[in-house]
Write a protein that binds this ligand. Structure first.
Ligand SMILES: Cc1cc2nc3c(=O)[nH]c(=O)nc-3n(C[C@H](O)[C@H](O)[C@H](O)COP(=O)(O)O)c2cc1C
Length: 588
């Protein structure tokens, strides 16, 4: 890894797993609950052994976070092993031993023999298997969840599902959930979580479960294939210029490092070797002023660089090495042939391996992203990231203005729309016109939830429209889906000012305060400042930020034009410059 580095430590039945991740930017919102969600996901799945019933993993954040945000210092995590309570003597840290139940018969397929010979542990293979155990992957999932938080914050969404178990093919995401497959990898993964085997439909789920039951009856084990999908990945991560910078190679290494993963493919991978070039390569089109592909055989990587399409990688897991109908082995104490050691074990861990694979892809992608963009702080990532994200556009799409009441979205938005020669779309005004009543009235009659639904519909409508300047209501940005749509459709500009300034502007227009239901009932200054604080982490996601204090609406519009120019991609000048629909008109 180039910018991120991580280490894990801890034995499977020791007191705890420890992890350190260095290189996350400062200012990333991060809470233990985000990490624990993925830890829970790793522990589920049909075919797991008894261990998962004992462990209910929680992550303690010991360093790198203060008041819910990363500091830029190393993230330090601790996951306690509940099972340690049953192993306190046999896994004692202080001098003691030997273990009365030493393991001396290595399991074929596990690290037992190779590790014992390498580290001189032939008298007790537990010294090897404790660390080779995939229990270690719990910490990778925890650290990967922190990388995921960073990616998600920027609009990159990572998930996985099971493609096959024991030779039985499950339904593919391209058939079962084509929209999520293109647009939201994480939601795709959460959809898979609803199935005990992380398949995407009921028929596949049933077939895979039956295959596992069959293996259980035969006292055997199974492997399979998982697919990881990352959406919202900008073009330009990785590089063709040096072997160790190619992203496909970095992803392959990250995935191959997972215990029991024996093959990795990017896009059509293995199958492409038997096809002709015209079937394998993805034609390039200019669709909606943007370079696009109508197929994705490459899995989103060309020349070791992401090409703006979803990243699709697959990994093959071999069957679990601990076979209860044990294979032949040799007792290292007597050198007599004996059946391999049987430790409590999974029959099939393919569903869980998918969560580990997501974590490794998150870490590899976050690393590649930070390599391209720098990023000591989340704030400093926004603008260069936006530039990367829209680099395949021949014209800037929509310009979304967001921020609290009084920030200047409508007044500056109108002027900006003139300057850019494109329509102005005020979301609240559109909702009011549709509903035939004011926002305040909608709140009163139908409640906030209904208003938010109308707001989401109006945003969808605006996104489907020709590029416009869109002023959003203050609360329109409180949803992941809204962000996904806005990022897909254009650029987000956050206008802000200190609360006292917002209130001063609103106070100049009493109607404006009256019209805003969330400011009603109490001191508007106080309410506004609380509102801004609550929404801050959403607003912070915008591509461009502008403090409008002491600026006239004209000046704000001018400044936005300047900011937009700063993120224009390499294709815009060819298309006539500046992401503008037409040459710069004179002042309105
Ligand atoms: C999520 C997960 C769970 C696993 N559970 C087991 C298990 O219960 N028993 C086992 O023998 N191997 C299990 N493995 C695989 C072993 O850890 C792995 O085969 C072993 O460390 C040897 O490494 P290698 O297969 O990469 O050569 C699991 C792997 C993963 C990713």
């Amino acid at each position: 890894m180039k910018r991120l580095r991580f280490l894990t430590a801890g034995e499977s039945h020791g007191p705890a797993l420890v992890g350190i991740l260095e290189g996350l930017p400062a200012g990333l919102p991060l809470e233990a609950a985000q990490i624990e969600r993925d830890l829970r996901r790793r522990q589920a799945g049909y075919g797991r052994g008894g261990r998962m019933k004992i462990e209910q993993d929680t992550a303690e954040i010991l360093g790198g976070v203060r008041f819910g945000r990363t500091l830029g210092s190393p993230l330090a995590l601790l996951i306690r092993n509940r099972d340690f309570a049953n192993w306190t003597e046999r896994m004692q840290i202080e001098p003691a031993g030997p273990d009365p139940a030493a393991v001396t018969v290595p399991r074929p397929g596990h690290a037992d023999l190779a590790g014992a010979i390498k580290y001189g542990h032939t008298a007790d293979l537990r010294n090897v298997l404790e660390r080779a155990s995939a229990r270690e992957t719990a910490m990778r999932v925890a650290l990967g969840a922190a990388a995921r938080a960073m990616l998600r914050n920027l609009g990159i969404s990572v998930g996985s599902y099971v493609r096959s178990i024991g030779g039985i093919e499950a339904v593919r995401a391209s058939q079962a959930a084509p929209d999520l497959y293109r647009e939201d990898g994480e939601e795709l993964g959460l959809l898979a979580d609803r199935s005990e085997v992380r398949a995407l439909d009921a028929t596949s789920t049933q077939q895979l479960i039956e295959r596992i039951q069959e293996a259980q009856r035969a006292r055997d084990t199974l492997g399979g294939a998982i697919e990881v999908v990352a959406t919202g990945v900008p073009a330009g991560l990785g590089s063709h210029v040096q072997w160790d910078r190619k992203l496909d190679g970095r992803l392959a290494r990250a995935l191959m490092s997972i215990p029991a993963i024996k093959a990795v493919e990017v896009g059509d991978g293995w199958a492409s070797g038997a096809m002709v070039g015209s079937q394998v390569h993805d034609p390039i089109h200019l669709i909606g002023e943007r370079l696009r592909r109508t197929s994705n055989h490459a899995g989103g990587v060309e020349g070791g660089i992401t090409n703006g399409e979803p990243l699709v990688v697959r990994a093959i897991m071999k069957p679990i090495a601990t076979v209860s109908n044990a294979l032949a082995s040799v007792d290292l104490r007597t050198l007599h042939e004996k059946k391999g050691h049987v430790e409590r074990s999974d029959t099939c861990a393919v569903p869980a391996a998918g969560i580990v694979a997501e974590a490794m892809v998150c870490l590899a992608l976050a690393d590649a992203l930070l390599e391209v963009l720098g990023g000591d702080t989340m704030e400093s990532l926004r603008l260069p990231f936006a530039r990367l994200r829209i680099s395949q556009r021949a014209r800037l799409g929509h310009v979304f203005l967001l921020g609290p009441s009084g920030a200047g979205k409508t007044s500056a938005g109108l002027i900006l729309s003139h300057r850019l020669g494109r329509p102005f779309f005020d979301l609240d005004a559109r909702i009011e016109a549709r509903a035939g009543m004011s926002v305040k009235e909608i709140f009163r009659r139908a409640g906030e939830e209904e208003f938010r639904r109308l707001e989401a519909l109006a945003l969808e409508e605006a996104c489907d429209h020709a590029p416009a300047v869109v002023a959003l209501g203050g609360g329109a940005v409180l949803r992941e889906r809204a962000w996904r749509r806005m990022r897909e459709a254009g650029v987000t500009v956050r206008l802000h000012a200190p609360p006292f300034e917002l209130v001063r502007r609103l106070a100049a227009n009493e109607q404006a305060v009256e019209a805003r239901p969330l400011l009603a009932g109490g001191d508007p200054a106080e309410r506004l400042s609380q509102l801004v604080q609550r929404r801050e982490h959403w607003y912070a996601r915008a591509d461009l930020h502008l403090d409008t204090t002491a600026l006239t609406a004209e000046e704000v519009a001018g400044a936005i034009v300047g900011l937009l120019r700063a993120i224009e991609g390499p294709l815009v000048p060819l298309a006539g410059g500046a992401g503008r629909g037409s040459p710069m008109p004179t002042e309105p």
